[in-house]
Design a protein. Sequence first.
Length: 308
Amino acid sequence: MASPLAEAEVVRVRASGKINLALRSGPRRPDGYHRLATVFQAVSVFDELDARWADAGEFSITVEGEQAELVPADDSNLAVKAARLLAREYGAGGVGCALELRKTIPVTGGMAGGSADAAAALLACSVLWDLDTSPDDLLELGAKLGADVPFCLAGGTAMGTGRGDRLAPVLSRGSYQWVLAMDDGELSTPEVFRRFDELHPTGSAALEVPPSLLNALISGDPVALGQSLVNDLEPAAVSLRPQLGRVLRAGRELGALGALVSGSGPTVAFLVADERAAIDLSVGLASEGLGRAIRRVHGPVPGARLIS
Ligand code: ATP
């Protein structure tokens, strides 16, 4: 297949991590999935992916950056899976790529790092190979790769239903400041859901995003948003990793407007009023030795986007 790009040329995509502002879960279904009602917000922690042409049928990846040693650099990497799926469905067998991934989204941190990389690969390779794919085509392929991939393509603030992959944009005013406490352990999403099933065999009390949360986003009110954050998986994550309970308490005592475990954890997200409060909270958490790393981020930000 002819490429409009010179062979040495690179397509570079940046993809963001996410926080779930609300995450409500129904019980385990016979197919193993849980019905979710969630509100995602993309935040300013980014992975970068470079894609270059390779011979037809050749797919490779290198991984650098934070926790790179925890990320597989083979066909099990979600970015490679995404490139292969795209090649199968649209590449007519005549394409290949060499991917270079630079990670800063925490690995197994509940921030959809792998899904962000899959989204980045779909976008990068569709441009690299000059494929006739619409944004909707990529969303559809993304849902086959993982429930969070469509949101990682879209970014911003969105409601997710079904497995979290059926998206509707949410009106959100303003920008929110967050402090993330990265944990030095890992929590696997399936393990957290298993504990959730043990704790709540019939699912959570209500499979509904709190209306107060949507109203807070519409009015751009961080105080109201902080009071509406909810994550049904949090008790399960805390029971598997009790240290998270201490981190949540410390952040609240240090003045966070709201606090929750991000997705299935173990990253903890604190909403703060402004940059000054973000700095104060970061210093407070660090001085108590809480978290592998503390990072200040903001959201919403866009999803996977070309940067060159
Ligand atoms: P989520 O929030 O979607 O539940 P997560 O952020 O908790 O996911 P990931 O960082 O996506 O977790 O990693 C989940 C698993 O996927 C890890 O075991 C990791 O080794 C594997 N993995 C495969 N590809 C990638 C990738 N490109 N980046 C990170 N992890 C990957």
